[in-house]
Design a protein around this ligand. Structure first.
Ligand code: FE2
Length: 289
């Protein structure tokens, strides 16, 4: 009716649907490469399927869109930039510092995709309770974990339940499986300005009480008025202003060399950002840095 062109490719993986307008593009699974396991870990959180909860959050701010690529998978900025959130967790026993997992790593997933995986210091609806959820929350979480374990076995269940994964699928799809799950994509709408669309993802069969905890977590940290998003928007706008004035001292680039000499980069390093930029460089300049 609106004469929209049909995409050259349309495919899905574990319920995630993708389209591509480029007839010469590789197939979806080849493109996703190592990122498939991240989608597996999401899809395995349910017996019946995941659903988008409610509507879409839309917001924007004044920064180059690639700054949000870096920010979305940056583990290093969390504590200093979102200190008020961590203070709040401590003061309400939403918890911080007694994570069941001490894992901390950055993983190159291929084709510019990358994730950081690290022990969750907060409550996760799948499936890590915190004191502020009370005895009911503890019991509900044990039930969720038991179903998860039946589905994927003990080892994978613990990896899914106790670890966060902040993932970037090149170039602009973010899936952050943290205190809730957000799917986020973003586009440049002008030089130095981006627009974000974000959705909350949850298991369809989730109990009303656990869904309430999930959405509280989601809005509290990830919502546009939450503890994190305004901090990040302010920080990235400040970075953008800095780059725009960088002729003064000649520094027009961002240093992301942290952990570059390590053969086991952690979530506090910057290997995951370098994965993005190596692919960016390969595509834009025909070379791999
Ligand atoms: Fe942040």
């Amino acid at each position: 009716m609106y004469s929209l062109p049909e995409p050259a490719h349309f495919a899905s993986y574990r319920g995630f649907c993708f389209m591509n307008l480029d007839p010469n593009a590789v197939g979806l699974e080849e493109y996703l490469a190592g990122a498939k396991i991240i989608l597996d870990f999401i899809s395995d959180q349910t017996d019946v399927g995941m659903e988008i909860v409610g509507g879409c959050q839309e917001y924007g701010f004044g920064a180059n869109w690639k700054l949000l690529c870096e920010n979305s998978i940056d583990g290093y900025h969390g504590q200093p930039t979102h200190a008020s959130y961590f203070d709040y967790l401590l003061s309400t026993h939403g918890s911080f510092g007694d994570a069941k997992s001490q894992l901390s790593r950055a993983i190159d997933l291929g084709n510019g995709h990358a994730t950081i995986e690290y022990g969750a210091p907060w409550g996760r609806p799948v499936a890590q309770a915190v004191p502020s959820w009370g005895e009911d929350g503890k019991r509900d979480t044990e039930e969720v974990f038991a179903r998860l374990e039946r589905r994927v076995g003990r080892d994978v269940a613990e990896r899914i339940a106790y670890n966060n994964r902040n993932t970037l699928i090149f170039p602009n799809l973010v899936i952050n499986d943290i205190m809730a799950i957000t799917i986020r994509t973003f586009y440049p709408v002008a030089p130095g300005r981006l627009k974000v669309n974000a959705w909350a993802l949850a298991p369809m069969e989730e109990s009303p009480a656990m869904r309430e905890r999930r959405l509280f977590n989601f809005l509290e940290f990830l919502g546009p008025g939450g503890f994190a998003t305004p901090d990040d928007a302010e920080a990235l706008e400040a970075c953008q202003r800095g780059y725009e004035n960088s002729d003064i001292d000649g520094i027009g680039w961002n240093d992301i060399s942290k952990g570059a000499l390590s053969d086991r980069p952690t979530s506090q390093d910057e290997e995951q950002m370098r994965c993005f930029w190596r692919e960016w460089s390969r595509r834009m300049e025909g070379e791999v840095g």
